[in-house]
Design a protein around this ligand. Structure first.
Ligand code: PLP
Length: 375
């Protein structure tokens, strides 16, 4: 089995599972209560918050808001900021649906929404973002790295330009795909809001956090018992939050090795494939995170290739967005000017933390074998 779909989700890391286990048994408890069992759960949540804040270089642990994953963090950032101001949204055409659909919802609610296009490599120009910002803008949202292509956006420069126009506008970045390989802490001082999801970094599914710079004004989107200082109501998932903290710490500690090792896997994969079959690497010249390899094999429909790869034990994804098992046209590729046949022949391979150059070589051997059979 060659699992090359880490951009979709990653296996739970052993140290994360170990950290979570007591909370699935004896260390149960609702952190909102007042008795000893509840207090222990509350302490575990606050300790997790502290450790995450320290790992990403946040100045204050209360800048970490736990959410039910990356989608929810994105919704809280974009909708929360736009309603909180109130004001409009500026974002890009290649964002994850968690951001784009939040923007579309705001549009239906009467907020101004500007969607800035990207170049052929999928990169957005910071000055185009800055030009789209006006006196009514509440929030700018530009992802750190794209989930389909892995292309890294110039987020620090976007934040600098937007900030220079005044600190009224909040800057959000979706770091869900980038967190494994890029130092989010380097961006503190940049974006006011950063979304992270546990299951892309060896943590459990359904939990994440939004970094909210001290003083950034957000209206909650989930209302109820007032947990997370009223910013996200709902009983805490203690085990998942403890797992998230373990995954964040482990990811930050291992990031430099990850870049070397996973980068070697991806580079070897692409190099070996190129020497054997006809393949086009999407956004080849752009700055990409090391895990992603978005490829087109001309003449081979992605669906056919994915089914054949699955037969031989290789898990990969359609280059186009894949929801509920159905391949849909990718808004990311369309925004880059890749559509029709080219888009339908695109496949995404994504490597994970245990992969290395050997994995890349093995993957290239198996994938090129299948491709040669199909041409
Ligand atoms: N943002 C990006 C860039 C993603 O890739 C994903 C997941 O694929 C999400 C947000 C959503 O995160 P979650 O699955 O935790 O809701």
């Amino acid at each position: 089995m060659l699992y090359l779909d880490h951009a979709a989700t990653t296996p739970l890391r052993p140290e994360v599972r170990e950290a979570m286990e007591p909370y699935l048994g004896v260390r149960f408890g609702n952190p909102s209560g007042i008795h000893a069992t509840a207090r222990r759960a509350k302490n575990s949540i606050e300790e997790a918050r502290e450790r995450i804040a320290a790992s990403i270089g946040a100045t204050n642990r209360l800048e970490i808001v736990f959410t039910g994953g990356g989608t929810e963090a994105d919704n809280l950032a974009v909708i929360g900021a736009a309603i909180g101001a109130p004001g409009g949204v500026v974002t890009t055409a290649v964002e994850h649906p968690a951001v784009l659909e939040s923007a579309r919802f705001l549009d239906r609610m009467g907020h101004d929404v500007a969607i800035v296009s990207v170049d052929g490599d999928g990169s957005v120009a910071p000055d185009e973002i800055a030009n789209a910002v006006d006196e009514g803008t509440a929030i700018v949202s530009v992802m750190m790295a794209n989930n389909e292509t892995g292309v890294i956006q110039p987020v620090a420069e976007v934040a600098r330009l937007v900030r220079s126009a005044g600190d009224r506008v909040l800057v959000h970045t979706d770091a869900v795909q980038a967190f494994g390989s890029l130092a989010v802490e380097a961006y503190l001082g940049g974006p006011d809001l950063i979304s992270v999801s546990a299951h892309k970094i060896g943590g459990p599914q359904g939990v994440g956090f939004l970094y909210v710079r001290d003083g950034a004004r957000l209206e909650p989107v989930i209302h109820g018992g007032g947990q997370e200082l009223g910013r996200r109501s709902g009983t805490h998932n203690v085990a998942a939050i403890v797992g998230l903290a373990a995954a964040v710490e482990s990811t930050v500690e291992g990031r430099s090795d990850y870049r070397d090792q996973v980068g070697a896997a991806r580079d070897r994969f692409e190099r070996d494939l190129r020497s054997r079959v006809n393949v086009i690497v999407t956004a080849d010249t752009a700055d990409r995170i090391v895990s992603h390899s978005h490829l087109r094999f001309p003449g081979i429909p992605a669906e056919t290739l994915l089914v054949r790869l699955d037969f031989v034990g290789v898990a990969a994804a359609a280059g186009a967005a894949c929801h509920s098992g159905a391949i849909q046209e990718s808004h990311v590729l369309a925004a880059m000017g890749i559509d029709g046949t080219a888009a339908s022949e695109s496949v995404r391979f994504s490597f994970g933390r245990d992969d290395d150059a050997e994995t890349g070589a093995e993957a290239a051997r198996v994938v090129s074998g299948v491709v040669e059979d199909l041409v």
